[in-house]
Ligand binder design. Sequence first.
Ligand SMILES: Cc1cc2nc3c(=O)[nH]c(=O)nc-3n(C[C@H](O)[C@H](O)[C@H](O)COP(=O)(O)OP(=O)(O)OC[C@H]3O[C@@H](n4cnc5c(N)ncnc54)[C@H](O)[C@@H]3O)c2cc1C
Length: 364
Amino acid sequence: MQCYYLVVGGGPAGATVARILAREGREVVLLERDLKGSKPCGGGIPSTAFTELEIPLQIPHRQVQSLRIVSPSGRNLRIDLEGGSLITVRREDLDRYLRELSTREGAEVLEGTLLDLERGKGEVTSTVILNNGRRINIKSRYLIGADGVNSRVRRLLGLGPVRSVYTISTRVAHPDGESCEFWFGNHHARRFYSWVFPSVGFLSVGTGTMTPREAGLLLKRFLQKRGLHPLNALKRGYRIPIWQEGPLVVDRILLVGDAAGQVMPFTYEGLYYAMTSAVLAAEALIKERPSLYTRLWRKRFYSRFRFMGLLAERFLKRDSSIERLFDIFQRPPVQKASMRLWLHKDHTRGALLSYINLFRKMLI
Ligand SMILES: Cc1cc2nc3c(=O)[nH]c(=O)nc-3n(C[C@H](O)[C@H](O)[C@H](O)COP(=O)(O)OP(=O)(O)OC[C@H]3O[C@@H](n4cnc5c(N)ncnc54)[C@H](O)[C@@H]3O)c2cc1C
């Protein structure tokens, strides 16, 4: 089998890159190992992202208008979202819908798993096992690795694994939650937070930590503290990348989304960044200049990721420093500047600089 672009992984990053490339009229194959799967995920995306990425919001969703932030000592902060909202979706709906948008543009979706790849002159040959048991080779001019935090593409390129934190999450029956909640404190989350997100028919509840061993205990503590009872016994563990700079392009192979570690430090927001990296990768590929992708990504995101990485490093380790951060966060100018970056996705340099200035004194 032959195609111009082979996209490995049909999550938000892969489906987005396939949609944009297919729109250009070139042959795109989108390979996904499990078309019915559902990744554990809070499914929270700022509403502004749907407009920016030209994704019509035609799937079941909740529109959340406020955030609740709770400090380790139990202090509460409520932030009403203005000029936008946080949309929560079920991942199974989102991924299916994004793949459907890509097929409407002409992408071909195959259900199967990438096993191996070989880089040749002017092409990449991928060995794939289809879910019907057939093994095939796919020759493509370019390959896009959008296969998530455990990326096989990454491994086959000889790049190290993505650094990550562990999360454990579950669904709780309680359809009426009205705020997205972020609870901080080492009692139930380590270098991360515990969350409660109202979703479509349930609450997504989870927590994060550095080692999988203590994850179950931390979730139990958080559920008790928050007074919640899981809908069923199903608790799912999954890793989230900790961003660090690394190669995004190797010859004719590009890495996008979690496979490239592109999750915003501190907030651990990955969906928006997976989809926007996909847009930048597609832009570079359409121009037949794969290396342009790295430059586009760095120009748009590098400073932000680096700054948020510093904040996470400086403040997320100890409860005392989280309390200090909470103090800063209670100031309206800080909230306003954060919303400009996070909710409104203001990409101007001014937005980032005003944010950095608010924290500068504390970081020196
Ligand atoms: C518990 C949890 C909660 C989260 N909550 C949020 C949130 O509320 N908001 C937010 O913005 N982010 C959240 N994230 C992060 C977000 O889920 C990821 O950043 C996002 O899914 C990345 O998208 P992706 O397309 O890069 O990778 P993925 O969504 O992981 O998709 C990769 C795809 O590749 C497929 N695949 C893997 N290997 C192969 C192979 N060899 N062959 C073929 N297919 C393959 C997989 O089946 C999968 O469909 C959360 C993450 C976790 C773990």
